[in-house]
Design a protein around this ligand. Structure first.
Ligand code: CP
Ligand code: NVA
Length: 308
């Protein structure tokens, strides 16, 4: 993960040993001490983060912006359409040019190869702000949230029900690294790629895949879901038909442990993948999860800059 003097944050699979755990510890420490809330004198004073959003965002955009400022740095908010990227300048050339101006780049872009190309050609840290394949920053916030509420996630179980998407992929990446059991329920047509599962299992991950949401959720410590139609999906109708049986509602939550947490990366579609009674119910931690995007980003930023 270290590339010369700077470090990328592209995927949880890129990390060895206890590095991810150390980032989470930094996030927690920064959160509890409110370290770096004074602009201009924090650990990232004088640093500029460029953010490129090729897709919409509320949480990722605002948490990176506020997080960077609270650590003393500054941000630039960009979209491909506003840059020459939108007129065909290559990702590789853009990476080289941006590296002359800014100290780090965060990008949200559907094609994971574009993220990789940016990272390969930039000489400053690059952070994955979501691609079609993964969403590692989200899972760092989710782990932080689980552990704040329930202590170490090691040996606990997490059930995912619904679509197999970028957020699930990062949960799969995290399972062997953080030693929790992951139980996945998706329709057969939308099952996670077998190589993703096999790679995580080869690293020691305990991962079960089923088509039955009740089987996945039974006796679990955490129930997670996400939207049925992700950015870039164009088959909304068939997804709704396939996924309606995977809704997280009171009946499904009743199968989980009584104190099981409910998590969702948001934005949620109430009445689709989750009912309002669950989303607003006593087991739901979705807004803590959203807040923790801020604290997780700060840990990730500090790590990328070698400031933690
Ligand atoms: N969870 C998440 O990444 O939200 P945004 O799309 O609003 O950034
Ligand atoms: N799976 C969703 C996550 C949004 C934060 C998407 O890719 O649209």
């Amino acid at each position: 993960t270290a590339n010369g003097t700077y470090r990328n944050f592209l995927d949880l699979t890129d990390f060895e040993g206890d590095e991810l755990r150390a980032i989470l510890d930094t996030s927690r420490k920064i959160k509890s001490s409110r370290n770096g809330v004074h602009r201009g004198q924090g650990p990232l004073a004088g640093k500029v983060l460029a953010m490129i959003f090729e897709q919409p965002s509320t949480r990722t955009r605002i948490s990176f912006d506020v997080g960077m400022r609270e650590l003393g740095g500054e941000t630039l908010m960009l979209t491909g359409a506003e840059m020459q990227l939108g007129r065909g300048e290559t990702i590789a050339d853009t990476a080289q040019v941006l590296s002359r101006f800014v100290d780090a780049i965060m990008i949200r872009i559907l094609d994971h190869n574009d993220l990789r190309e940016l990272a390969e050609n930039a000489t400053v840290p690059v952070i994955n702000g979501l691609t079609k394949l993964s969403h590692p920053c989200q899972i760092m916030a989710d782990l932080l949230t689980f552990e704040e509420h329930r202590g170490s996630i090691k040996g606990k179980s997490v059930a995912w029900t619904g679509d197999s998407n970028n957020v699930l992929a990062s949960w799969i990446h995290a399972a062997p690294r953080f030693d929790f059991e992951l139980r996945i329920a998706t329709p057969g047509e939308l099952a996670p790629p077998m190589d993703l599962i096999e790679t995580a299992r080869a690293k020691g991950g305990s991962i079960q895949v089923t088509t039955d949401p009740y089987e996945a959720v039974k006796g679990t410590d955490c129930v997670v879901t996400d939207c049925w139609v992700s950015m870039g999906d164009d088959d909304a109708e068939s997804r709704h038909n396939l996924l309606s049986a995977y809704q997280v509602n009171k009946r499904l939550m009743a199968e989980a442990n009584q104190d099981a947490l409910f998590m969702h990366c948001l934005p949620a579609h109430r009445g689709e993948e989750v009912t309002s009674d669950v989303m607003d119910g006593p087991n739901s931690v979705v807004f803590d999860e959203a807040e923790n995007r801020l604290h997780a980003q700060k840990g990730i930023l500090a790590w990328c800059f070698g400031a933690a």
